[in-house]
Structure formats: structure tokens, C-alpha cells
Ligand binder design. Structure first.
Ligand code: B12
Ligand code: SF4
Ligand code: SF4
Length: 395
């Protein structure tokens, strides 16, 4: 069964839809949300067909949960047959300045803008419940609240409700908030008047497609998630594919490139939401410090942050790939410390970084010492493959 964040059952009906929507929009604004827009709880068959095509080509990679019950994900009324309307809202998280210059700081990590403070799921969830509570109380309708918690296609719903359009980078772009927007959905049994859908304003622009460092777009509006740095650094649990490692640069959690270059961002004002104000220690954090995090220190640093979800080992794996790309021999001591890490995932990434930074003789000496005692076949494979890696770090 899908698990909505909250289910609230109806008490008493007594208000016109127009009046109710005006009240809901006013409350949303007080909560720091965009005024919700409305669409039917049914998505057209072509959206489902595109989802099936995405899954059939394997573009979802190891996100098996995306492939589970795709027919229910294809339209909200398959998930909840009584649902009649969807209210779609969002919170802008526009950074105060262009974040991309942070990609050039070789001894520092780049944390994607969305993860520089609180987890948006937690921030949105409470406010959506508040809004849904008002709807249930005033209209006597049943409601369910969703923020990535159930098989719902939030972007196509948002486009149909008129909040923005799905840009060629596949995310929702708003004429007023650009690409920096989180989405949240309330489904209800109440029939509400639908807003007009938004149309595509990408025109001939291809900036997002061209900037992608891993060439993850197979075409406009079509992403192969397996190549996306957001997937590789967050969702992917094993070693990052060798051929893509140099392309990660210093991105250690998520990626913003395709969002940041969107020309529609110029109409967006910096986010006022305090929960998304950047924590200074997460803007350009020193890679050496991050590579030394043990589990308790990782949990302390990332309490309340979405980064906590991926766990210390996966995070330090990402940091070591960034160190391998740094071209900074000063970082060699910290890599050497991780060659003996308890986690095979971390040891494997450390070997790759070591091969990229160490002189051949230095590398050979450590390999002779550590490889024969290595119990994990995947890590042994890293020792074998490492000398063949490109010797020049990515610029
Ligand atoms: C799975 C997922 C991912 C995966 C896959 C992303 C993807 N594009 O599918 C990964 C891990 C890569 C990811 C990354 C990111 N994600 Co994400 N992700 C999701 C999630 C959970 C599901 C998305 C989904 O259903 N994908 C399946 C594909 C098939 O659906 P789709 O993307 O809508 O694909 C459509 C297009 O391909 C289109 N299409 C295909 N062919 C054609 C042809 C034409 C002509 C047209 C017009 C359209 C078209 O049709 C498909 C169906 O509509 C949603 C939350 C949710 N429940 O919706 C968040 C969500 C999309 N993610 C979000 C964010 C913020 C991100 C990142 C920016 C995070 C970061 N900084 O690292 C990146 C952006 C990467 C990118 N370019 O997409 C936000 C986006 C907000 C917005 N403004 O749209 C969402 C909505 C979460 C939220 N509640 O706010 N994410
Ligand atoms: S988030 Fe980064 S890697 Fe993923 S599609 Fe966008 S530019 Fe490419
Ligand atoms: S960068 Fe250009 S093509 Fe990409 S979403 Fe923005 S307007 Fe559309």
C-alpha cells in the first residue's frame, strides 16, 4: 500500500469551492508555500506511456521503487480511486547567487543547493498537513498529503495545474521562480475547479542539455538517471562507475548544473525560507575534513539534512572521488588514512583517489602492502584497475 504522509477524514461540508480555494491560498502564503493550483486527479495516458518507456529502457537504474506498480504511479486516481482533485504547491529554494563558481574550488566539496540546510521533505510535510487539515475541516472532504512518499508523478501534475512546465531538464520551471522549486501535492475527494495548465516556454534553448557534465540527457525532456550525478551520489549504493568518476568534479551530493543555467532563473528572487538558508559549513566544505568523518561525526554534522539519509560510507565515497579529481597532492595523507577504512565502498574509492594523486612508485609500494590482504573482491578489482585509470585528474 502507498503510504501518504497523512490521511484526514471528513467532518463537515459547508463552503463554496471558490471561497475555499481563496482561504487555502491565503493560508498557503502564510505558511511560506506558493498558492496551490488545482488539476484533476487523473493524468492522461501519454504521461503513463512515457513513464513506461523510461522504465523499459532501464533509465531508472537501481531505483527499483520507481518501477514498482508503475500503473499506479501513472495516474493518482489509480492510487486512490476516490480522488477527484489534486492541489499542487511548492516552496522556492532559489540560492542568493549563482552556485556554479563553487565547482572550481578543487580542495572543497560542492553540495547541491537543495541540501545546504533542512530536508525539504520535513519542511513541506508539516505545512501540507496544515493546509490539508483546513481543506478537510472546511469542505468535509477526505485528503491525502504527498511529498515523495508515494508513487505520484509530481511534475506532470504541477504542469497540468499551471504551476510551471516541465523543462528540457525534466524539472518544473516556473515563469516567476525559475527551476529552484520543491513540489508538494494534496489529493482530495472534493471536486474543485481546475486551473489552466502551463505551456512549454523552453523554445529553442538547450542550455541545460549542453551543460550536463555526464551527458545524462538522451534527448530533450529525457534523462538517463544512471548517468545523472544526483543519482550517482545519492541513490546509487555501490561503487560509482569508473568512467563517470572524473566527470563528477567536486560534486559530493547532488548536482545543480542543469537547473542553474536555466535563463528563467533570472526572474526568481532569492528564497526567503529560513529552513533553506545555506549553512555556511555546507558551502564549499574542505574535502579533507569530510573524508575524516566517522559515523557519529557524520550524523552530528548532517542532523536534519537530507544528506544524512545516504549514510557515512556513501558520503565519504563521494568525497574521495572528489579528492581524486582535485589534483591536490596535499590531500594524499587523508586518502592514505581511508585505504584501511572498515567499509569496502570507502576503501575502493580511496584506491581510485590514491591512484590519481600518488606518484607511481608511491602507489606501487602501498599496493604491494595492502592488496594481498584485501578480503573484498570488488576492492581488489580497484587495485588491479587503478594503474590503468586516466592519470590526469579532471580539470
Ligand atoms: C526519481 C526522482 C529523481 C531521479 C530521476 C529524475 C528524473 N528526472 O526522473 C534522480 C535521482 C536522478 C533525481 C534527481 C534530481 N531531483 Co528528483 N525526483 C525524483 C522523483 C521521486 C520521481 C520523478 C519521476 O517520476 N521520474 C520518472 C520520469 C519518467 O518522470 P519525469 O521526470 O516526470 O519524466 C517525464 C519526462 O521525461 C517527460 N518526457 C519524456 N519524453 C518526453 C517528450 C516530450 C516531447 C515531452 C514534452 C516530455 C517528455 O515525460 C515523463 C513523464 O512526465 C520526484 C518526486 C516525485 N514523486 O515526482 C523528485 C523530483 C523530481 N526531484 C526533484 C529535485 C529537486 C531533483 C534534483 C534537482 C536534486 C539535485 N539537485 O540533485 C535532481 C535533478 C536532476 C534532473 N535533471 O532531473 C524535485 C524537482 C522539483 C521541480 N522543480 O521539478 C522533485 C519533484 C521532488 C520534489 N518533491 O520537489 N530525482
Ligand atoms: S543534475 Fe547534473 S548530472 Fe543530473 S542531469 Fe542535471 S546537469 Fe546532468
Ligand atoms: S535551460 Fe532552457 S531548455 Fe533547459 S529548462 Fe531552462 S529554458 Fe528549458
Amino acid at each position: 500500500m502507498p503510504r501518504p504522509v497523512a490521511t484526514i477524514d471528513p467532518p463537515r461540508p459547508e463552503v463554496s469551492p471558490e471561497r475555499l480555494l481563496a482561504e487555502l491560498r491565503a493560508r498557503a502564503v502564510r505558511l511560506g508555500l506558493l498558492p496551490p493550483k488545482v488539476t484533476t486527479a487523473r493524468l492522461p495516458a501519454e504521461i503513463g506511456a512515457r513513464l513506461y518507456a523510461f522504465l523499459e529502457t532501464g533509465h531508472h537504474g537501481a531505483m527499483a521503487w520507481l518501477a514498482r506498480e508503475p500503473e499506479r504511479r501513472a495516474s493518482p486516481d489509480r492510487l486512490w480511486p476516490e480522488a477527484r482533485s489534486a492541489l499542487v504547491t511548492g516552496i522556492p529554494y532559489t540560492p542568493p547567487e549563482d552556485p556554479l563558481p563553487g565547482l572550481t574550488r578543487r580542495d572543497r566539496g560542492y553540495v547541491s543547493v537543495y541540501a545546504r540546510n533542512r530536508d525539504y521533505h520535513d519542511v513541506l510535510k508539516g505545512r501540507l498537513k496544515d493546509l490539508a487539515g483546513l481543506l478537510a475541516a472546511r469542505a468535509g472532504a477526505a485528503v491525502k498529503v504527498f511529498v515523495d512518499t508515494a508513487p505520484i508523478m509530481e511534475k506532470p501534475l504541477a504542469q497540468r495545474a499551471g504551476l510551471g512546465w516541465q523543462g528540457k531538464h525534466t524539472n518544473l520551471v516556473s515563469r516567476t521562480h525559475g527551476s529552484w522549486l520543491f513540489l508538494g501535492v494534496i489529493l482530495t475527494t472534493l471536486e474543485l475547479p481546475a486551473d489552466p495548465p502551463e505551456t512549454d516556454h523552453c523554445g529553442r534553448c538547450r542550455r541545460c542539455l549542453e551543460v550536463c557534465p555526464t551527458e545524462a540527457f538522451v534527448g530533450p525532456y529525457r534523462l538517463d538517471a544512471r548517468r545523472c550525478i544526483s543519482y550517482l551520489t545519492i541513490e546509487h549504493s555501490g561503487p560509482i562507475p569508473r568512467e563517470l568518476r572524473p566527470r563528477l568534479g567536486n560534486r559530493i551530493y547532488g548536482c545543480d548544473d542543469c537547473l542553474a543555467v536555466c535563463p528563467w532563473n533570472k526572474f526568481a528572487r532569492a528564497a526567503r525560507e529560513i529552513a533553506f538558508a545555506h549553512r555556511p559549513e555546507l558551502v564549499a566544505p574542505p574535502l579533507a575534513e569530510l573524508a575524516r568523518l566517522d559515523d557519529p561525526a557524520f550524523r552530528r554534522l548532517f542532523a536534519g539534512s537530507p544528506i544524512k539519509r545516504i549514510g557515512r560510507d556513501r558520503f565519504v565515497r563521494n568525497v574521495l572521488v572528489a579528492i581524486g579529481n582535485s589534483g591536490e597532492p596535499d590531500l594524499l595523507p587523508v586518502v592514505e588514512e581511508r585505504l584501511g577504512d572498515a567499509s569496502p565502498l570507502v576503501r575502493g574509492a580511496a584506491i581510485w583517489a590514491f591512484a590519481r594523486l600518488a606518484a607511481p612508485a608511491h602507489f606501487a609500494a602501498w599496493r604491494a602492502r595492502l592488496e594481498p590482504a584485501e578480503p573484498d573482491p570488488e576492492v581488489r578489482e580497484e587495485w588491479t584497475a587503478a594503474p590503468d585509470a586516466e592519470s590526469a585528474p579532471a580539470s
